[in-house]
Write a protein that binds this ligand. Structure first.
Ligand code: RP5
Length: 162
């Protein structure tokens, strides 16, 4: 089976409602992707294997979402040179600030491109992945520009009372 350019990984099944927003954007833009549950704490060997094989499998970008002690994006960035886009999942206890802080403050040398907390961050992760891939893909660049123009055109000039 051919490896798609984008891998979406998440720490738990419970993260999928958030990370599915990234998948929706990738679908809209016609970008093939795979999705996997890869937990830094519960399945560390799976994390290691995924990161070690990512380049040779042909992945180009990894979107990694997790909540709470959200170590998945940073640990994945430590295992692969591929760009890792981190999505902090909103949590009940601390509203996702815990996730954000766990992802954003990486040490020099191992960056994670950290998005906003929650579904907006996940959708933007899809768009960020698209922007990276569009650097080498003129057709995708055209689709991404059209997507952005359509969003812009959908915003009314005046607020409605409805
Ligand atoms: C993290 O713990 C996951 O990324 C998830 O956001 C959080 C809670 O996981 P579950 O207890 O819902 O499986 O590892």
């Amino acid at each position: 089976m051919t490896t798609p350019p984008v891998g979406i990984i998440m720490g738990s099944q419970s993260d999928w409602p958030t990370l599915s927003e990234a998948a929706k954007v990738l679908d809209d833009l016609g970008i093939p992707h795979e999705k996997r549950i890869v937990s830094a704490h519960r399945t560390p060997d799976r994390l290691w294997d995924y990161g070690r094989s990512a380049v040779e499998r042909g992945l180009k970008v990894i979107i990694a979402g997790a909540g709470g002690a959200a170590h998945l994006p940073g640990m994945m960035a430590s295992k692969t040179r591929l760009p890792v886009i981190g999505v902090p999942v909103q949590t009940k206890a601390l509203s996702g600030v815990d996730s954000l802080y766990s992802i954003v403050q990486m040490p020099k040398g191992y960056p994670v491109a950290t998005m906003a907390i929650g579904s907006a961050g996940a959708a933007n992760a899809g768009l960020m992945a698209a922007g990276i891939l569009a650097l080498q893909d003129a057709d995708l660049a055209t689709r991404l520009e059209a997507w952005r123009a359509a969003l812009s055109a959908s915003i009314p000039e005046e607020p409605s009372d409805d």
